[in-house]
Design a protein around this ligand. Structure first.
Ligand SMILES: Nc1ncnc2c1ncn2[C@@H]1O[C@H](COP(=O)(O)OP(=O)(O)OP(=O)(O)O)[C@@H](O)[C@H]1O
Length: 269
């Protein structure tokens, strides 16, 4: 496993040579936004760099968390990987194939957000079945897969429930089952638990990891909560000001933070 980044304390090699190319590779990625309009004649050049020359890999079957304070660029990096933000520099590849020009819906990546974004007019079963319908999976196989996924997320028998009657935690479980249904080759999760209270978040973080591991899902998980990142991920990337400061397994991060900034953010100082 090799991880690369642009900041201090990077692990891995600068060439990625030890890697077999399978999975996601983010190479020197830059994301910029136009700044809020000030003087109209300066608008074209005024930009914010949200992601600043980031390198990171997610190997097949691996869960990597992107951790950092609000505004550090986590969501922008995730959105760039999804194809929702254009790259101002660098490349995003899957199995060594460059994804430039591949639209969001053709990347075979799943997305899950903080509020689940369930379809209110569909019951739980039909929410989970959504991606399978798009893939024209026949009815019986679809029902079987939906039931299996609901089992997996701890909602056995919930098929006919209206989503408007679910608790926040149940809604996120349905959202996870729905995101996994089409077997995405990479699942991108943006603060999927942050709308829940701390106790529920801690329990669900463990469940999310179990479900991702049982399904062999490769995942990139954005959070601002280090306990959550440590509970879910195989490796955690710490971001600040658009840069990736360090990528390492949770134990290594705790024991050997690469800089004072990382240690401070993790509450280790
Ligand atoms: N659409 C946009 N237009 C302009 N600036 C943006 C836009 N989206 C994000 N930014 C800016 O880019 C920077 C990174 O934002 P981003 O949302 O990626 O950070 P984040 O770490 O995910 O934060 P949070 O945890 O609060 O969501 C911030 O300075 C933010 O204000």
């Amino acid at each position: 496993m090799v991880s690369l980044n642009s900041g201090t304390g990077s692990t891995g090699t600068a060439t990625g040579a030890a890697r077999d190319g399978a999975g996601l590779a983010v190479r020197d990625v830059v994301v910029r936004y136009a700044k809020a309009p000030g003087r109209p004649w300066r608008r074209a050049r005024a930009t914010t760099t949200a992601v600043d020359h980031v390198w990171i890999d997610v190997d097949q079957g691996e869960i990597v968390a992107l951790l950092g304070p609000s505004g550090c660029g986590k969501s922008s990096l995730l959105r760039a990987v999804a194809g929702l933000e254009p790259l101002a520099g660098g490349t995003v590849t899957w199995d060594d194939a460059d994804l430039a020009g591949v639209p969001v819906h053709r990347r075979q990546f799943g997305l899950m957000f903080q509020d689940g974004q369930l379809f209110p007019h569909r019951d739980v079963g039909r929410n989970v079945a959504y991606g399978l319908e798009a893939q024209h999976v026949p009815g019986p196989a679809r029902s079987e897969r939906v039931a299996g996924l609901l089992d997996l997320v701890g909602l056995t028998g919930y098929e006919r429930r209206r989503v408007t009657t679910l608790s926040g935690g149940e809604r996120q479980r349905v959202a996870l089952a729905r995101a996994l249904a089409p077997s995405p080759r990479l699942l991108l999760l943006d603060e999927p638990l942050s709308a829940l209270d701390r106790r529920l978040r801690e329990r669900l973080a463990g469940d999310v990891r179990r479900v991702l591991k049982e399904t062999g899902t490769t995942a990139l998980f954005v959070t601002h909560d280090h306990e959550e990142a440590f509970a879910v991920a195989d490796r955690v990337g710490v971001m600040s000001g658009g840069r990736l400061l360090q990528v390492a397994p949770p134990d290594e991060l705790r024991e050997k933070p690469a800089s004072r900034e990382v240690a401070e953010f993790l509450g280790l100082t």
